[in-house]
Design a protein around this ligand. Structure first.
Ligand code: GDD
Ligand code: MN
Length: 378
């Protein structure tokens, strides 16, 4: 008979098995790093009750399968296997939310983050109940970017850091770090405010905490990647700029919206360039040249949005072609709305720049909303 009263914990389980620390490790194509990382964690965390949660975005190299294999050998290794989704920040958020531990760390899978710092970080949070966050920083006394970054990436990272510190009013020395430990209750207080799209969850968290968090930084040396390749690319840089804009507008716009508008601006440049080139080949009729330019610009907007703005759900194969056609459709309606609004405004307010700007804004907004609902619907 089912017993509903008495001790709710079955004899085979005990509270002492509940982890005091969950380590969240986002992964994309990190199969060869899984076992080495867990071995290092075993050595570093010998006296601590911990678990590790790998959040994998259905990596083609079957990282998730590798983690499941390890998870069958030991219960302190779990995987969250996400399908049809991409993104570092979102993966970290889901991993943290999946944990019951009072304290959660985030680190890279690629052995770049020095796991021997974890017990020190944990100690700080356990000793000081007021402390919300510990950052493993490359930019404090005993920290360094070591050989982990190329000279070029180091420059970019420094620039991003100083921009984030100024624009987001962050005082921490390394808001770009991917290695930190946070109190779960503090994280819960900001999670609704976080951007799931993007690479820089720490900077976003610090900004969302509005300077109210007690933060501590400890140094670490960023090691060189062992296996596999970095997923940091130019899209990551754009997403970061988007993140700044989201924060500067007080959350009025999303990263996606900003990327969509940037792509739209690039489309304008493409349009003018193609128009110029086409007119060089066929000077008459102008409408034909303009039509060629429109089609090329729409196509380039589609390709860029598919690769950047909707990187997390890029269309491929037949879906790519279907998406392109639907995007043409969406943009045609946008163009009609654009002309309609501009004409109506011009009739009452005959300033070409104002009428033109309002028409273009309505068209762009339409394109953004409609393509989100039709072309890249989740
Ligand atoms: N689930 C998931 N989804 N994981 C991802 C994704 C994704 O889309 N993209 C990257 N990852 C995982 C990687 O597998 C790795 O474990 C970790 O996130 C960091 O990615 P890397 O590709 O190793 O980034 P990095 O080493 O170039 O950048 C690191 O250093 C930066 C500072 O310069 C990261 O720690 C960044 O967060 C950090 O800002
Ligand atoms: Mn890395």
């Amino acid at each position: 008979m089912l017993q509903t009263t008495g001790n709710p914990v079955p004899a085979s389980h005990s509270y002492s098995e509940i982890p005091e620390l969950t380590i969240v490790v986002p992964t994309f194509n990190e199969k060869d790093n899984i076992r080495p990382l867990v071995t290092l964690l075993d050595q570093a965390l010998a006296d601590i009750r911990w678990e590790v949660v790998f959040v994998d975005d259905d990596s083609p190299d079957q990282t998730a399968k590798e983690v499941r294999a390890l998870g069958r050998e030991r219960s302190d290794v779990r995987v969250i296997h996400r399908i049809g989704r991409r993104g570092l920040a979102g993966a970290c958020i889901e991993g943290i939310l999946s944990s019951v531990a009072p304290i959660v760390a985030v680190m890279d899978a690629d052995l770049q983050h020095d796991e021997s710092r974890l017990p020190v970080m944990l100690q700080h949070l356990q000793d000081d109940p007021e402390l919300d966050l510990v950052i493993a920083s490359r930019n404090v006394e005993d920290g360094s970017a070591g050989s982990g970054l190329s000279a070029m990436r180091k420059k970019g990272s420094d620039l991003a850091t100083s921009m984030a510190r100024r624009a987001l009013k962050i005082t921490a020395t390394d808001p770009m770090s991917g290695f930190f430990m946070v109190r779960r209750s503090s994280f819960n207080a900001v999670v609704l405010d976080l951007q799931k799209q993007g690479f820089k969850i720490l900077a976003d968290m610090l900004s969302a905490s509005r300077g109210q968090w007690k933060v501590r930084e400890i140094g670490f040396t960023f090691r060189e990647r062992q296996h596999g390749i970095s997923k940091m690319d130019s899209a990551v840089t754009l997403e970061f700029l988007g993140l700044l804009a989201v924060r500067l507008t007080g959350g009025l716009v999303s990263i996606r919206f900003i990327l969509f508008m940037l792509v739209g601006l690039s489309g304008l440049a493409v349009h003018l360039l193609v128009l110029r080139l086409t007119l060089g080949l066929i000077s008459e009729p102008f409408a034909l040249a303009q039509t060629v330019a429109v089609v090329v610009a729409m196509t380039s907007n589609f390709v860029l949005n598919n690769a950047l703005t909707y990187k997390d759900r890029s269309l491929r194969g037949m879906a790519f072609l279907r998406g392109l056609l639907s995007f043409y459709g969406v943009c045609s309606v946008g163009a009609v709305a654009n002309v309609g609004v501009a004409t109506a405004v011009y009739a009452v307010l005959p300033y070409w720049a104002i009428a033109g700007f309002l028409g273009a804004s309505v068209g762009a907004l339409w394109n953004f909303v409609a393509s989100a609902l039709v072309t890249w619907r989740a």
